[in-house]
Design a protein around this ligand. Structure first.
Ligand SMILES: NC(=O)C1=CN([C@@H]2O[C@H](COP(=O)(O)OP(=O)(O)OC[C@H]3O[C@@H](n4cnc5c(N)ncnc54)[C@H](O)[C@@H]3O)[C@@H](O)[C@H]2O)C=CC1
Ligand SMILES: O=C(O)CCC(=O)C(=O)O
Length: 424
């Protein structure tokens, strides 16, 4: 088979190649045929747009926006939109492919996509962000659609941006179409439980991992990198389950308290402080690199890609890593962690709670009906636990890491569906 040539495993730098190296290993385990391999290795659509936006001072600034649809074999493509200065095509391609695998792992009827705009939202006014979001939606009006491609929040975006997106798309259609986007504010058809859903899924995955590793949550310590939507909810819900969160971090730095940080205090502080932990006094400041190397039971990277690499993986002391972020571990670091007996619950499983509840939001919008928070949480917890168990069993069956097992589960499902559909 042509694809059996070993894929180069690159460290830090190119998340798409990092994704591909895991895809390649899983494909070999599955004996995937060339046709399907070649279909799945390339995104089905890559769109790059230039977005002229009037800034508050009257000048026009041109931003670059991306939407990559990796696959729509399982259904309409689904995936968040990221606002960050590091956004680039290779990153969006990797994030889109991870969405395909993620939706397949939790068995929801979506393909994978991702979008992003290269910008620094922290340096823009709400008005500028609104105009940028509307310009992006306008440029993507033929891509987005409730049966085509359904965006959601990711780093740097949230319910506010999703509301503008929904409004602008609806205007282009001449009617309200709230199922075109998920992660909306509740009053616009958002789902109860979506805001905390990704962090909640991280919590469920962490508890399942701790059970396998025989770690008692009530005696466990945890460090969380990133204190945005995913990190702060994961920290809060793990604390609720008895885990002591000894360290958290954000762009302002890392904070440590050996007796456990009071997470609600940290969240209140961040909310009153323009989204930043700068100046938080409930913990001492430490070097951000140190957070990853702390002697803790559980490490939750919940910020950006490639923070655990071949340069620091051998120094990691956590027994369990639960990936809230997409792509926090490089391909070369995988092997080091495996050799050291560290269990890593991979991104495409651990952070799938968000897209799962996004799916529930879309279902509710189409039904014109609202579920209770209890119903949302019960169903998403069950999906997350079922997916964890399936990936765990697959890892035992193939004698591989949880990451490769998750890719095996996902690729197998997408490949079988592709075969039934008879190709494109
Ligand atoms: N929001 C969601 O529902 C989902 C998000 N994710 C992933 O989770 C990660 C975080 O996303 P969100 O929490 O939504 O973003 P966010 O924008 O709400 O928060 C990001 C946090 O990370 C911090 N941060 C950024 N760079 C950092 C660095 N180098 N070191 C330490 N902290 C850093 C920021 O200060 C902020 O606290 C991303 O990888 C995203 O793709 C994955 C699944 C769903
Ligand atoms: O909620 C969604 O649809 C997608 C969230 C997302 O972008 C992700 O899981 O990485």
């Amino acid at each position: 088979m042509a694809y059996i040539e070993p894929a180069p495993i690159k460290d830090k730098g190119n998340p798409f190649e990092s994704m591909m190296s895991r895809f390649h290993i899983a494909a070999q385990h599955l004996g995937l045929d060339d046709e399907v391999y070649n279909v799945l290795k390339s995104p089905s659509k890559q769109v790059i747009v230039s977005l002229p936006v009037t800034m508050d001072n009257g000048s026009i600034k041109v931003f670059e926006g991306y939407r990559v649809i990796h696959s729509n074999i399982l259904g309409p493509s689904k995936g968040g939109i990221r606002y960050d200065m590091d956004v680039n095509l290779d990153e969006v391609k990797a994030l889109a492919a991870w969405m395909t695998w993620k939706c397949a792992v939790v068995d929801i009827p979506y393909g994978g996509a991702k979008g992003g705009i290269k910008c620094n939202p922290r340096e823009m006014s709400p008005g500028e962000i609104e105009r940028l979001t509307r310009a992006f939606t306008q440029a993507m009006h033929e891509i987005f659609g409730p049966d085509r491609d359904i965006p959601a929040p990711d780093m740097g975006t949230g319910p506010r941006e999703m509301a503008w997106l929904m409004d602008h798309y609806s205007r282009s259609q001449g009617m309200t179409v709230n199922s075109v986007v998920t992660g909306k504010p509740l009053v616009l058809g958002g789902s109860l439980g979506r805001t905390e859903a990704t962090g909640r899924g991280v919590m469920i995955s962490a508890l399942a991992g701790m059970e396998k590793m025989k770690i008692n949550p009530f005696k466990a310590t945890c460090a969380v990198q990133g204190f945005g939507n995913v990190g702060s909810w994961a920290a809060s819900l793990l604390e609720e389950r008895g885990v002591s969160i000894v360290s958290v971090s954000d762009l302002s730095g890392a904070y440590y308290n050996k007796d456990g940080i009071k997470i609600q205090e940290a969240i209140n502080y961040r909310n009153m402080n323009n989204g930043s932990l700068e100046g938080f006094t409930g913990a001492e400041k430490i070097d951000p690199e140190e957070l990853l190397l702390l002697e803790v039971d559980v490490l939750v990277p919940a910020a950006v890609e490639d923070v655990i690499t071949e340069n620091n993986a051998h120094q990691i002391k956590a027994k369990l890593i639960v990936e809230g972020a997409n792509g926090p571990t490089s391909a070369k670091a995988d092997a080091i962690l495996n050799d050291n007996g560290v269990m890593a619950v991979p991104d495409i499983l651990a952070n799938a709670g968000g897209v799962t509840v996004s799916y529930f939001e879309w279902v509710q919008n189409r039904l014109g009906y609202k579920w209770t928070a209890e119903r949302v949480n019960r169903r998403s917890d069950r999906i997350m636990k079922t997916a964890f168990d399936k990936v765990y069993e697959t890892a035992q069956e193939y004698n591989v890491s949880l990451r490769i097992a998750a890719y095996i589960v996902a690729i197998d499902k997408v490949a079988k569906t592709y075969k039934y559909r008879g190709g494109f």
